[in-house]
Design a protein around this ligand. Structure first.
Ligand SMILES: Cc1cc2nc3c(=O)[nH]c(=O)nc-3n(C[C@H](O)[C@H](O)[C@H](O)COP(=O)(O)OP(=O)(O)OC[C@H]3O[C@@H](n4cnc5c(N)ncnc54)[C@H](O)[C@@H]3O)c2cc1C
Length: 546
């Protein structure tokens, strides 16, 4: 037990709420001053959403970009992020992110086993905007051997989707994970799995955890922070629950909230989000606890209507942490021979656009009918698709599960899934012409370099456009989801939580998805969430320690 049962009180310098990227970066940074650090984690596992993620960090102008021959500058990055933030984030915070992310990156590479490689072929999410880049800003954490964690190996959270396929993001891109799924080196992947190797967010969280354990910081698992303790206007600790025991943690230098988003809290999502997230992709312990604690002490809030949106798919019966597993759909909708339609059978979005922005039209509101016409939405695929590309867990050539609706005609499929048949027929006829010409006149799918990342480079004339022509046809429902929310307490450039009066609340910090996101509604490129989470975690840890 990490506290005396008779007197559940702990005294420390800094207490950190949450063990994701933000929390771990904060803990390492605070400990750099050799002060006492306590990390609380509500789940029985370490790593949060970070551990089930792609583990990529987006850091503009980073030193690894020269390895892949991409030039960058602060000015370009600033212009690009400012455009995406759309006036809804503080310029000073954006600049703090751009400047300090480089210091944070050096710190993490110096102090932990995690070493990054620039992803040359991973474009920004709007690479054609001024200041956007064709690659290099997104950083791959590579592989990590979980045996290095000793006893803690089994406590590291695993991705239910890519927890068993240890390939780095660089390899996944080079091997054509989406366009040539049958060509992956399965025996190598099996060998790596048996050797304990993990990739993506598992590698990032594993490497950061190793560094924490080396510093004798053991995350306290199954401990949920609940309430901040305030003394004379200063946050001096918190109360937490471990089972039915209430623990008081006093923290001389401050509390760092790094408890992730509120995507699993239906009350908060209904209260705040611009569109309802019914199918979040993160672990279900992200319930907005940090947000509520900050609100209770008068924190000012921002970006509350936003999330890192992501369309989701459900395989019936699949569970994770006792809740249904909602898989983010990153590629199915982008590959040739697929379109996304609403219940009128009409396309309504560039299906291949980045997941954050392409979700927004799902929530379009028809003011006259007083309804959201793009919900529910269905991905329509033909047999050319399933012959070449993966559909959920089915690789090409494998049986498509019976629960996925299918029919020998588009008409019959439409009736089965409740979509207007005439509308679907007209949409497919029009889309097939676009596919043959390689130009999507309606939604510009396949125009951006970003779209091609999740396309089939061998498919001509356009890597993202293929006709819907060959029976049987399939219809898969796509749900509104998010990989996390990004609204919460406003912070200053030291990651200090700001009171509604505008002044920092002494002793209280926030970093990661619990804080008001620095990029506002925008998603600049792969790794923008973890890049910012670790940067502000680092800032919070350093500032609290000093
Ligand atoms: C499939 C997928 C792929 C992704 N890929 C990427 C990617 O490649 N790059 C990228 O930048 N982003 C990616 N993301 C998003 C990214 O993972 C998250 O935005 C990021 O990890 C959030 O980090 P965080 O530290 O703020 O929160 P989290 O990693 O979610 O950690 C928060 C932790 O706080 C704990 N907690 C909550 N409440 C309490 C409490 N009361 N007391 C104690 N602990 C508490 C939670 O249990 C959780 O472990 C992906 C997400 C998903 C789902």
């Amino acid at each position: 037990m990490w506290f005396k049962k008779t007197k559940p009180e702990i005294a420390t310098d800094v207490v950190i709420v949450g063990s994701g990227a933000a929390g771990m970066a904060a803990a390492l940074a605070a400990h750099q001053s050799r002060i006492k650090v306590v990390m609380l984690e509500k789940s029985p596992l370490v790593g949060g959403t970070t551990a089930v993620s792609g583990g990529v960090l987006w850091i503009p102008n980073n030193p690894h970009m020269k390895d892949v021959g991409v030039s960058d500058s602060r000015e370009e990055a600033l212009a690009y992020v400012r455009r995406l933030a759309d006036g809804r984030s503080d310029d000073k915070l954006i600049e703090t992110f751009l400047d300090t992310s480089l210091t944070m990156l050096k710190f993490i590479e110096d102090e932990t086993p995690v070493k990054f490689a620039a992803l040359s072929g991973y474009p920004d999410y709007h690479p054609e905007f001024p200041g956007g880049k064709p690659g290099g800003r997104s950083l791959d954490p590579g592989l990590f051997n979980t045996h290095e964690l000793g006893e803690w190996k089994k406590k590291l959270r695993r991705s239910p989707i890519f927890g068993m396929t240890a390939m780095s993001v660089t390899e996944a891109t080079e091997w054509g994970v989406f366009s040539k799924p049958n060509s992956l080196p399965f025996s190598l992947l099996g060998k790596r799995f048996s050797e304990g190797l993990v990739c993506y967010g598992g590698a990032l969280a594993g490497g950061l955890l190793k560094a924490l354990l080396d510093r004798k910081i053991e995350p306290q698992l199954g401990v949920a922070a609940q309430e901040l303790i305030v003394d004379d206007g200063r946050v001096v600790g918190l109360k937490a629950m471990q089972g039915d025991i209430e623990i008081t943690v006093s923290a001389k230098r401050g509390v760092i909230l790094a408890s992730g988003g509120f995507e699993w809290n239906q009350k908060l999502t209904a209260q705040f989000l611009g569109g309802q997230v019914t199918h979040p992709n993160s672990p279900p312990t992200n319930q907005g606890d940090g947000l509520k604690m900050a609100m209770a002490v008068g924190a000012d809030l921002a970006n509350m209507s936003e999330a890192w949106w992501c369309p989701s798919v459900v395989i019936p019966g699949e569970e994770y942490d006792g809740r249904p597993l909602y898989r983010g759909d990153f590629a199915t909708r982008s590959m040739p021979h697929s379109i996304l339609v609403n219940r009128k059978g009409r396309r309504f979005v560039n299906e291949a656009h980045n997941y954050n922005d392409m979700m927004k039209p799902f929530f379009h509101f028809d003011e006259v009918a007083y309804e959201r016409p793009n919900l529910p939405a269905f991905l329509i695929l033909d047999s050319n698709y399933v012959a070449k590309y993966a559909l959920l867990t089915s690789l090409p050539g494998m049986k498509i599960p019976d629960w996925i609706p299918r029919a020998d005609s588009l008409d019959a499929l439409a009736t089965q899934i409740g979509v207007d048949a005439a509308g679907l027929a007209a949409t497919v006829a029009r889309f097939n012409q676009f596919a043959e010409r390689g130009i999507d006149e309606d939604f510009r799918r396949g125009e951006s370099q970003y779209d091609h990342l999740y396309g089939d480079p061998e498919h001509k004339p356009n890597a993202n456009l293929g006709t819907i022509a060959k029976a049987p046809f399939y219809g898969l429902q796509i749900h509104p989801g998010a990989i996390g929310t990004k609204g919460g307490p406003r912070t200053d450039e030291h990651a200090r939580v700001l009171h509604v009066s505008g002044a920092p609340i002494p002793g209280l910090y926030a970093a990661g998805n619990v804080m008001a996101g620095v990029t506002g509604p925008g998603y600049p490129g792969a790794g923008s969430t973890i890049g910012a989470a670790m940067t502000f975690g680092y800032i919070a840890g350093m500032h609290a320690a000093q």
